[in-house]
Design a protein. Structure first.
Length: 560
């Protein structure tokens, strides 16, 4: 394959290779990520199967889940699932600092992966927390925010429906929408049976939670006796001293039942029972840092206690004072850390960072894509320019390309040599055999010169039947040998007509102008009989030794 053809072929091969590598790389990367995603999900599913979901096994469950966050190339949905489970465990454990560190990520990745169920669950869980710390209005704001993502009853995950309905029922009771609150309670009890696959205790827990909500509805309607009877039945049926009480079960079952009993006792002026129930209620509040809940009920109780119960009033007052002081001492550390503003800031930071990362990736991708496009365009532009600078008939470079190359070589001060080639008696060939045959001669001679091309040897059509070879890194003696070799090859070309075509050659070199000197030596060769190469040394012109002694290359009939 000729040098120029090889060069152009390499250019198009490079372009094709780039496209092929790009497509192949994408396919390999897609396959790799798909396999990695599948393997990650298998590891996640294996860990989920080993979870205990028990209060005394929280650390064990965390040890299974936390390492999963280090898996490579987790999807947004997988990150959401892991962070959600971890945050729930920290919530149940009472480690609210760790809870918030994970719940922010859980919500962030849930929204990124457009997982409606997880998003609603997290907002509901957040609202539940605000209810626990006594920030009811913040809880209602958050649960209303959750409702913007869709109806709670249409969620696919029963745990999501349960959690959302638990919090929403508190909001509905507060709004006096008791029928809708009862409907939420019914949904919780209906979904309770679906949670047995997660933990065998869950169906019982959620069944009693639904019934507690119905008792709280009766209390809100000031049906104290009915609410109390319901609370007592629930306590007798579901309370067990062997149960490991968690933050969830305390808030959803134990505390509401005792709260109902306390207000019932106050409604019947049974202050001793009210104090007893309030003390039990306060124990759960102390255990899980529900200080505001304890203070709120204790203040109601103090306001109702008669004067003759001064000692009980004093004791309760002291506890309220101590709780308020403790709450005040911790407000700067743990308590305010969990405020709605803090959570909002966490989410804003996560989304801002994601936006920055996304824009950075997009920016890098755009740069790489533009570089790729520019590179391909330059290669194609180079190939097109090469074709534009190529003579259509002989496929040699044009005289314009020759002039541009000479200007470049002169600019960089590089020595070079030139061979000027002229076909002998070419006009007679055209006149005798026609221009079509003349074109055939030019094409085949051009082919000989193209076969000569190398990285440092380039062939040009100078004009008509004149052609030029440019040598950039070849000694003068070698150029003379090249000239004689080319002259011989041209003479040996076979054509469709029985004609021998010869060429005269002139060689030029620095420090003179190689083209002008080659042209001058060419005419010297013509004058000396044609079919010969001429060169100049020390201002003297010489003829190269010819291997073929043919003075008259034309057939006799043409010579006539």
């Amino acid at each position: 394959m000729r040098y120029r053809s090889r060069k152009n072929f390499r250019i198009f091969l490079i372009v094709f290779a780039i496209f092929a590598c790009n497509v192949g790389g994408r396919l390999v990367r897609h396959s790799y990520y798909k396999e990695l995603k599948s393997n990650n999900q298998k590891r996640i599913d294996t860990a989920l199967a080993l979870l205990q979901y028990k209060q005394d096994q929280i650390d064990h469950d965390l040890s299974l889940l936390v390492p999963l966050l280090k898996l490579k190339k987790l999807t947004d949905a997988q990150y959401s699932q892991i962070h959600l489970l971890i945050s729930n465990l920290y919530y149940q454990k009472g480690d609210m600092h760790s809870y918030f560190n994970n719940v922010g990520n859980a919500l962030f990745y849930s929204q990124k992966s457009e997982n409606k169920d997880n998003t609603i669950f997290i907002y509901a869980n957040m609202a539940k927390y605000f209810l626990e710390i006594g920030a009811d209005q913040e809880a209602f704001d958050v649960i209303n925010k959750a409702s913007t993502f869709g109806s709670f009853y249409e969620c696919e995950n029963p745990m999501t429906r349960i959690q959302a309905c638990l919090v929403n029922s508190a909001y509905l009771i507060k709004q006096g929408e008791y029928d809708r609150a009862a409907l939420a309670a019914e949904q919780i009890m209906k979904d309770a049976s679906f949670t047995s696959s997660i933990s065998p205790e869950f169906p019982v827990y959620f069944e009693r939670d639904g019934k507690v909500i119905k008792a709280l509805i009766l209390l809100a309607q000031e049906k104290y006796d009915e609410a109390y009877d319901s609370a007592c039945k629930l306590w007798d049926k579901y309370y067990s001293p062997e149960e490991v009480v968690s933050r969830f079960t305390a808030f959803d079952f134990h505390m509401p039942v005792l709260y109902i009993k306390t207000l019932w006792a106050l409604s019947h002026n049974d202050y001793k029972k009210a104090v007893e129930f309030n003390e039990l209620y306060g124990n759960y509040c102390d255990q899980f840092f529900f200080k505001l809940k304890k203070i709120s009920l204790s203040r109601k109780l103090m306001a109702e206690l008669p004067v003759d119960m001064a000692s009980a009033r004093t004791k309760i007052f002291q506890e309220v004072s101590n709780d308020s002081r403790e709450l005040s001492d911790s407000v700067v550390q743990d308590y305010t850390l969990l405020a709605k503003e803090k959570f909002t800031n966490i989410m804003n930071e996560l989304f801002l960072q994601a936006e920055i990362n996304g824009k950075s990736k997009e920016y890098i991708h755009t740069i790489l894509l533009n570089v790729f496009i520019i590179f391909v365009i330059l290669l194609l532009f180079y190939a097109v320019i090469t074709e534009l600078q190529t003579d259509g008939l002989t496929k040699l470079s044009t005289r314009r390309a020759l002039n541009a190359r000479i200007r470049y070589l002169n600019f960089i001060k590089r020595n070079y040599c030139a061979i000027m080639i002229d076909l002998d008696d070419f006009k007679k060939i055209n006149d005798s055999y026609g221009h079509a045959f003349g074109d055939e001669v030019l094409k085949k001679v051009g082919g000989v010169l193209l076969d000569t091309e190398r990285r440092s040897i380039r062939a040009y059509r100078y004009g008509g039947e004149e052609m030029v070879l440019l040598f950039e890194r070849t000694t003068f003696d070698d150029v003379i040998r090249y000239a004689e070799s080319i002259r011989t090859k041209i003479f040996r070309i076979k054509y469709s007509q029985d004609v021998k075509v010869s060429a005269s050659l002139g060689i030029g070199a620095k420090p003179a102008d190689p083209i002008l000197q080659a042209d001058d030596n060419l005419y010297f060769a013509k004058r000396k009989g044609k079919n010969i190469a001429a060169y100049k040394v020390d201002d003297k012109q010489y003829l190269a030794e010819r291997r073929l002694e043919i003075r008259n290359p034309m057939p006799d009939k043409l010579a006539q």
